[in-house]
Design a binder for this molecule. Structure first.
Ligand code: FMN
Length: 188
């Protein structure tokens, strides 16, 4: 069984550390998780005025996220919260009546150059996602805060820190077990 995971990249940076972590996961867990990054760079700012006639970028983004078994959020921290671009993307996912994330299994990873590895952003993200119009089924515990991320990669942007790699292994194992239980329960 390979779980089709869409990884929402919460950064718009072309050199994003969070994207590099997702790239690490994509290659390391291939065969178990089929991870595809989903980018939020081209989404226009959400507006009630335009939401009934969204751009093709928004429609494609929502369909891309929908077409998955599970969702992964890769979260930087901006000013003690999630980046505005990620909040905008999530606002789009909450609207349109199709409830893209509802009941979808998910998990969160995050990193920052600061010591605390996006902990404040992730606390906010969990709060935001608890809105019933979003409501993915998130893996409890298993909180991944990669602090000082720039010191945990080599010059090629590959994750090299063994403790982080081992911890991600355990989180992914736990997510797969959680996914199996969640989807079996949903089909009873
Ligand atoms: C506008 C802005 C605000 C930031 N605020 C925080 C912060 O509150 N906490 C933190 O740990 N890092 C903060 N940073 C540093 C980011 O953690 C760092 O830029 C990180 O590399 C962003 O993730 P990315 O590489 O995936 O884009 C901030 C960076 C920017 C550009």
């Amino acid at each position: 069984m390979t779980i089709k995971v869409k990884a929402i990249i919460g950064s718009t940076s072309s050199t994003s550390f969070n994207l590099k972590i997702v790239e690490h996961m994509r290659s390391r867990y291939a065969g178990k998780l089929d991870i595809t990054p989903v980018f939020i760079n081209d989404l226009e700012m959400f507006s009630i005025d335009t939401e009934s006639n969204p751009s093709a970028n928004v429609v494609d983004f929502k369909n891309n996220v929908k077409d998955s078994d599970a969702v992964l959020f890769a979260v930087p921290e901006y000013n003690f919260s999630i980046p505005g671009a990620l909040k905008n993307a999530i606002d789009w996912l909450s609207r349109g009546g199709d409830y893209t994330l509802q009941n979808k299994p998910g998990f969160i990873v995050g990193s920052s150059m600061g010591a605390f590895g996006s902990i404040r952003a992730q606390i906010h993200l969990r709060e935001i996602l608890s809105n019933p119009a979003l409501a993915p089924v998130l893996l409890p515990g298993n909180e991944v805060y990669v602090g000082s991320v720039h010191e945990k990669m080599n010059e090629d942007g590959e994750l090299t820190d063994k403790a982080t790699i081992d911890f991600l292994d355990s989180v992914v194992y736990n997510f797969i077990e959680f996914y199996k239980k969640t989807t079996v329960a949903a089909n009873v």
